[in-house]
Design a protein around this ligand. Structure first.
Ligand code: ZN
Ligand code: ZN
Length: 442
């Protein structure tokens, strides 16, 4: 008998936490932070009780067998050291709502993820881009490879999302197979990966899928037909940027999401073909260098802030940009916004493309807009997002055609549906369902 417990992340976007427990092992996924309006990263962590604090405010789950002795005792939980079964994690991708809590686990908990996710995780750690500390027991699995403990095995499968290394998984137990999508889309550089994921998972006993894009308005998914208008993709964005680079005279500024490393890698080439140099901040440069060491990576002087440089990457000076702004594109993180003050009258356009602030729902989005307006800088949002459009969600669930569909990671998971679906469960927080010889019992 396999027990599947849905702890968190069911009717919200973030903090998905599910435990699959067999006779011998427990596989858990993912381990990010719930997006919470009672939390603010301007409030300082208390190092002596960071784990307990995050569990007590509901950012992390109160689960047995995953925390160190101290926090577990305080929270009335069984520690990892005193666990009764093999406990391990699968992490689908390096977005904070899926991996932010890793450093708060007992350092010895095995955590499997794709090889590329692990590479990015190491780069995040090197750049001080993790909230607490780096987790010590991560295992990188090549796409298509399997990680096993006890009687559970996890096959890590590539899927396209707006972060490098994204994966879904098939979790195989003696009672049947559970497919978990993580986050996915069909409008990235690799729609083939997402399609292949659905085909590999066809006939799974259970499909657990995200449903982000049906969160914000009424959607009647079963009646959706293929949209007629062309969907903008990562390739479209590259073409748009090539046009902008050719047509605009002055400096172009872009604000992408820095973990979508493949987009930056491609932008370096796209802008170079139009005779422009893309100058990065050192953190972005480090993420690109971790995956594409042969790229022509340049760093903008103004973002170095006392850093001695970043490896062998040449530095682009402020004066060089001022002398010939039409030869450059500046990648600028929100936290470096004041750098724009040095280029008054030289900036042609600011393209916001999925960087921080991540959306208009963030407080600082209004501030960014007001700042750009004040400086009379023209700007637009050309972001693509990382989640499958509702029609594509439907396509995925019909391709997999699972025994039971379980939508989560959505404000309105009840909207994730298809007429083809034989059975659907919308679990309550804390609910356990049973998988026994391919049958699901609520
Ligand atoms: Zn997510
Ligand atoms: Zn994500």
């Amino acid at each position: 008998m396999t027990r599947i417990t849905f702890y968190k992340g069911l009717r919200e976007i973030g903090g998905t936490f599910v435990a699959v427990e067999t006779e011998k092992a427990v596989c858990m996924f993912d381990f990010g932070f719930a997006v919470s309006d009672r939390c603010d990263d301007r409030i300082r962590l208390r190092p002596r009780s960071a784990v307990e604090d995050y569990v007590r405010i509901g950012m992390l789950p109160a689960a047995d067998g995953i925390y160190e002795e101290g926090p577990a005792a305080l929270l009335g939980l069984t520690s990892f050291r005193n666990r009764k079964k093999e406990v391990f994690f699968f992490i689908s991708h390096m977005h904070i709502d899926h991996m932010g809590g890793l450093g708060m686990l007992d350092p010895d908990v095995p955590v499997c993820m794709s090889e590329d996710s692990l590479r990015l995780y190491h780069a995040l750690a090197d750049e001080g881009d993790l909230l607490f500390r780096a987790h010590g027991s991560c295992i990188g699995i090549p796409y298509g490879g399997t990680f096993s403990r006890g009687d559970i095995s996890v096959r890590v499968l590539a899927i396209d999302h707006d972060v490098i290394g994204a994966s879904g998984a098939v979790i195989s137990t003696p009672d049947g197979d559970i497919a978990y999508t993580g986050d996915y889309r069909f409008h990235g550089f690799h729609p083939d990966r997402t399609k292949a994921f659905g085909e590999i998972c066809r006939g799974a006993d259970i499909l657990i899928t995200e449903g982000v894009t049906v969160s914000f308005q009424d959607v009647d998914m079963p009646s959706l037909t293929e949209p007629e208008e062309a969907v903008r993709t990562e390739e479209t964005l590259q073409k748009e940027m090539a046009c902008a680079a050719a047509e605009k005279d002055g400096l172009i500024v872009v604000n992408p999401y820095n973990r979508n490393v493949e987009r930056i890698h491609r932008l370096i080439g796209t802008f170079s073909e139009e005779g422009r140099i893309l100058a990065l901040d050192p953190r972005q440069a480090a993420y690109v260098a971790a995956f594409y060491p042969d790229d022509d990576i340049r760093i903008y002087e103004g973002t170095l802030r006392g850093r001695a440089g970043a490896g062998k990457c040449p530095v682009v000076l402020r004066d060089e940009i001022l002398a010939d702004p039409g030869k450059y594109v500046l990648q600028l993180d929100y936290q470096d916004l004041y750098e724009l003050l040095d280029f008054k009258g030289k900036i042609s356009h600011y393209f916001h493309m999925d960087g921080v602030p991540l959306g208009s729902y963030e407080e600082c989005y209004k501030k960014m807009s007001a700042f750009l307006d004040y400086l009379h800088i023209s700007y637009e949002n050309v972001g693509l997002g990382g989640h499958a459009r509702p029609y594509c969600l439907k396509n995925m669930i019909e391709t997999v055609d699972p025994g039971v569909l379980i939508p989560l990671h959505s404000f309105r998971p009840e909207q994730v549906n298809s007429d083809w679906i034989r059975r659907r469960i919308l679990p309550r927080e804390g609910q356990t369902i049973i998988l026994q010889k391919g049958e699901v019992i609520e």
